[in-house]
Design a protein around this ligand. Structure first.
Ligand SMILES: [Ca+2]
Ligand SMILES: [Ca+2]
Ligand SMILES: [Ca+2]
Ligand SMILES: [Ca+2]
Length: 200
């Protein structure tokens, strides 16, 4: 029984530089190309933190400046469901990336995040190459709260799936805890048109 089914996504990273030829999926799933099953508490925990994006573009969307008129400040990104938690839900149960509220203290209650319920419907973030100049070749997000099995899927430049990852790291609590937070992402030389987290 799910007390609350929701999906919190406080960071979307997208960037474009030359990527290796075959697609790489990154996440807590043991079947991922790169298994990353540790808590994401700040950007330095990202597998993209050490990549040089200076020849392309790089955006880190943390939703902290989101408001009722500007849900996403990064250009060329749209979502089919949900919105900033303070706008579409209210002042309670925020669950941001830990560092977004200024202090790594095991809580994301004072940060902003993307919210959609029910998470079982998923949220798809789509990238517009005309606005960005190109599709991102690296794209990722951080799941911060919800329940049940978490799924992530990324799509190539033609909208063809690059694969699906799953995770089971929800802690069963909805009070901003951050140890459960995990990164999911994809790298694809031809570009990434969308990525999509969902709860099953
Ligand atoms: Ca945030
Ligand atoms: Ca914090
Ligand atoms: Ca959390
Ligand atoms: Ca939780």
């Amino acid at each position: 029984m799910r007390a609350i089914v929701k999906l919190m996504i406080p960071v979307v990273v997208l960037s474009a530089v030359a990527a290796k030829a075959s697609a790489t999926l990154i996440g807590p799933d043991p079947a991922a190309d790169v298994v990353l099953n540790t808590s994401y508490l700040q950007f330095s925990d990202s597998p993209f933190a050490s990549v040089d994006f200076s020849s392309g573009f790089f955006y880190l969307e943390n939703f902290e400046t989101a408001d009722a008129t500007t849900f996403i400040t990064t250009p060329g990104v749209s979502a089919d469901h949900g919105g900033p938690v303070s706008v579409v839900f209210g002042p309670s149960i925020h669950d941001s990336v830990d560092a977004d509220d200024g202090v790594i203290d095991g809580s994301g209650l004072n940060g902003e995040s993307w919210f959609y319920s029910p998470g079982s419907s998923g949220v798809t973030f789509t990238f517009d190459p005309l606005v960005l100049g190109a599709l991102p070749t690296y794209a990722g997000l951080v799941w911060t709260d919800g329940a049940g099995t978490i799924g992530f899927e990324a799509f190539d430049e033609n909208g063809i799936s690059l694969g699906t990852l799953t995770g089971n790291h929800a802690d069963g609590s909805f009070n901003g805890e951050t140890a459960e937070d995990r990164f999911y992402g994809a790298i694809n030389a031809g570009g990434i048109s969308a990525n999509s987290p969902v709860e099953f």
